[in-house]
Design a protein around this ligand. Sequence first.
Ligand SMILES: Cc1cc2nc3c(=O)[nH]c(=O)nc-3n(C[C@H](O)[C@H](O)[C@H](O)COP(=O)(O)OP(=O)(O)OC[C@H]3O[C@@H](n4cnc5c(N)ncnc54)[C@H](O)[C@@H]3O)c2cc1C
Ligand code: FES
Length: 507
Amino acid sequence: MADDNKPAGPDFTQGVPLSSIPDGGSLLGRVGDEAVLLVRTGAEVFAIGAECTHYHGPLAEGVVSDGEVRCPWHHACFDVRTGEARHAPAFTPLACWKVERQADNVIVRDKLESKPRPRGKASSAPNKIVIVGGGAAGFAAAEMLRRQDYQGSIMMLSDDDAPPVDRPNLSKDYLAGSAPEDWLPLRPDNFYPESHIDLRLATEVKQIDPRAATVTLADRATLPYDRLLLATGAGPVRLTIPGADLPHVHVLRTLADCRAIIKAADQAKRVVVIGASFIGLEVAASLRARKLEVHVVAPDKRPLERVFGPQMGDFIRKLHEEHGVAFHLEDTSEAITEKQVKLKSGGTLDADLVVLGVGVRPRIALAEQAGLAIDRGVTVDARLQTSAPNIFAAGDIARWPDPHTGETIRVEHWVVAERQGQTAALNMLGMGLPYAAVPFFWSNHYDTPIGYIGHAEKWDDIAIDGDIAAQDCILRYRRGGKVLAVASIYRDQENLKAEIAMEREAA
Ligand SMILES: Cc1cc2nc3c(=O)[nH]c(=O)nc-3n(C[C@H](O)[C@H](O)[C@H](O)COP(=O)(O)OP(=O)(O)OC[C@H]3O[C@@H](n4cnc5c(N)ncnc54)[C@H](O)[C@@H]3O)c2cc1C
Ligand code: FES
């Protein structure tokens, strides 16, 4: 009788023929109760955990390339030799097992300890690294520094009360009520003291002096640095219309914002979401899951058309309408009262809760005050260094020279911020690595995940393969005959392959 608790596939401790593992591919099986992936690159075979350590994505459905396996869900990259999470959004390594060859048979033996491979040669050993920001980029930088065995001091200053959290979850499962709060921290509280990361919360940095190499806090304390990472992210835009500061009008950036919306949603019946942005629409979906009546007001003709084009925009609108969201498009809000939102078109919408999703602004005040070069964000070079010596910038604030488009770009994506934090960390140790990852983001609407790779602000045409309505499609955004970006629904492998192709093209 089959044991339902055991993962699917062959028992690798009993051995499998080498020919059953595709070269450059993988085979899913098990060792005891654990799902294991055998990955073959030529004559070599490696055994690693089969579940991504980010959100348990099925690595057997990912892509193997250049000694790494990429997760189909949010593109985390793992080293098949060591299990190391080489590129965010995963940080925890995969388990690895010893593999033995007996003639043409591959047998999996004991578990091995995961040891990260060095990324390059550190040419400097700063004593003091200060990170301003406790979000995606700041956290990823601190974690990478310790992973590289950096022995100097790391101070992470954040004006948020909460330690680094999984921000994308704040508009998705946590807001919808399907994820508990203990899923949110990127690491448990004890990670910081145990890793000797001096995390100071509710600590605002007021000033940077690049000449003296110091930062000054709101309480006037002055702290020296040898290397500084600016990772101050972005803040939600607030409307200036009458009533926008009423207590039932919310924005969503922090855990505290999210808790406040959940509390308000418990008492509310009708919500008006202003703005059909990613955050606005994800909030709409999550509040539908909480059974609120949801209206979305936005000036656009179609939701997210500017990013995805008209076809996907129509699909997203229909998807939300099927889940009960009412759209008021090509319209804006003129005023908010305690019980209503007044529309420019003349109508009014009842609302006992209002959430603004009208975009964010990069938090560049510190960089401006410090006299760093600014161009709609903090200007950095290919190594994420700002115009001032020993100061790096990463995440939502950074505008960098993107090798894929040949333009300088600034994006607001979780994975980009984390990967830039990782690269900046290595470069603060003097490794001089260019940031060359292709931008990636994902967005979830109900059970529909959309993955997007590349960057296209304008395009000549969109080549659609598959059926958007059937949620089985890949869209290629082309300009001058070149594919600049790819969006897909349930075509994860193709999306990963497009990512690899874009990386190779720019290399
Ligand atoms: C609700 C929500 C859902 C999202 N969902 C997705 C998604 O699905 N996919 C995706 O790709 N992206 C998503 N994003 C965007 C993503 O979260 C951001 O791109 C990412 O967090 C940027 O990382 P960052 O480190 O640059 O900034 P942040 O994560 O915002 O971190 C900035 C940090 O700097 C601190 N700070 C700022 N100024 C100061 C100062 N003067 N002194 C001290 N500390 C300071 C802040 O408190 C914060 O800790 C989402 C964003 C939100 C808000
Ligand atoms: S589940 Fe693998 S990257 Fe998110």
